[in-house]
Design a protein around this ligand. Structure first.
Ligand SMILES: C[S@@+](CC[C@H](N)C(=O)[O-])C[C@H]1O[C@@H](n2cnc3c(N)ncnc32)[C@H](O)[C@@H]1O
Length: 303
């Protein structure tokens, strides 16, 4: 990479955009285009906020800053490491989260539902919330901000992911009412009920998983792939959800492109597929009554 004439932030952003296009990088971890990705990486590398005035882009950089920016750009281009991992941080619901290769990069469209406090789906404010398959903890922690009286449980199978979730609980000063539980699905939560269960589980089907761009190889496979139709875990969550919801409980699960498999697998069930203003799809909602009514059906489709 010839970068010897690059001096300012603007020089580096412009150069990065050209290289990102030339090398056909994929943008799917918080940005969707080369300009936003380059700005996020270059400004983030020198701890400057995204929103700084453009006039600062022409400031000269110290030699160490140039070296650091260029080292990160090199890894983004040559190793296809997602920007969030290079910076060690990702934003979700306007909040910063510590991230590394033990957890998925936060990007769930469920963030939009959280910012809208799940209106009009939730009646009263939930007092107990479960974020199942929590990864970095981003969904549950963002819920804790929106519902300051709620106790929030963050569940995950991966001990490594929960180490990151615990760092984020501490970072946000929420350890009095947000805590982690390790287990396979609901395994670590016997007899526990919640007013809201929200989950972005692994749901990528085998075909999509085989086609994923190189950037996704840096994410834990446990967070993405989940059997031929992507629904191995979702089938179990559906079968057990009724036993973990309160009488006014709601279940919200993201299944992305595997929406087609959910619809084919349970044609009898009237899933509410939620809509998003900021992009995203494949998130359904079920009431506790629906979970109870279809529990036998759900149990019969567990693999
Ligand atoms: C798609 S990631 C989502 C992470 C986070 N909720 C987010 O939106 O960024 C799925 C998470 O599910 C966890 N997971 C995979 N299989 C699981 C299981 N059987 N039980 C509980 N968690 C599981 C993975 O470790 C991973 O952290």
């Amino acid at each position: 990479m010839t970068t010897s004439r690059l001096r300012s932030l603007r020089d580096h952003i412009r150069w990065a955009v050209s290289r990102f296009h030339g090398e056909e990088l994929f943008f799917g971890h918080g940005t969707d285009n080369a300009w936003d990705e380059a700005r996020q990486l270059v400004l983030g590398a020198v701890h400057l906020p995204w929103e700084i005035a453009d006039s600062y882009l022409d400031c000269h950089l110290e030699v160490e800053e140039v070296e650091h920016i260029q080292a990160l750009l090199k890894r983004r281009i040559e190793e296809r490491v997602p920007t969030a991992y290079l910076l060690g941080e990702a934003m979700f619901c306007g909040l910063p989260f510590i991230v590394d290769e033990r957890v998925l990069v936060p990007r769930s469209p469920i963030g939009e539902l959280i910012e809208q406090r799940f209106v009009p789906w939730l009646g009263a404010d939930p007092l107990r919330i479960l974020d199942l398959c929590t990864g970095s903890g981003c969904i549950g922690i963002a819920c804790a901000y929106e519902f300051p009286n709620a106790e929030v449980v963050l569940g995950d199978l991966s001990y490594e992911a929960l180490e990151v979730a615990n760092q984020n609980i501490e970072r946000h000063g929420l350890d009095e009412r947000v805590y982690t539980v390790q287990g396979d699905g609901f395994e670590g939560l016997p007899n526990q009920r919640f007013d809201l269960i929200v989950s972005n589980p692994p749901y990528v089907d085998a075909e999509d998983f085989a086609d994923m761009p190189a950037e996704y190889q840096h994410e834990p496979e446990l967070g993405l792939a989940c059997g031929d139709d992507g629904l191995n875990l979702v089938r179990r969550m559906l079968a057990e959800a009724a036993d973990h919801l309160t009488d006014k409980g709601l279940l919200i699960i993201e299944v992305g492109n595997s929406q087609v498999h959910v619809e084919a697998l349970y044609p009898e069930v009237d899933f509410a597929w939620l809509e998003f203003n900021n992009g995203g799809h494949g998130v359904f909602m079920l009431s506790v009554e629906q979970c109870r009514a279809h529990q036998a059906l759900f149990a019969s489709r567990v693999l």
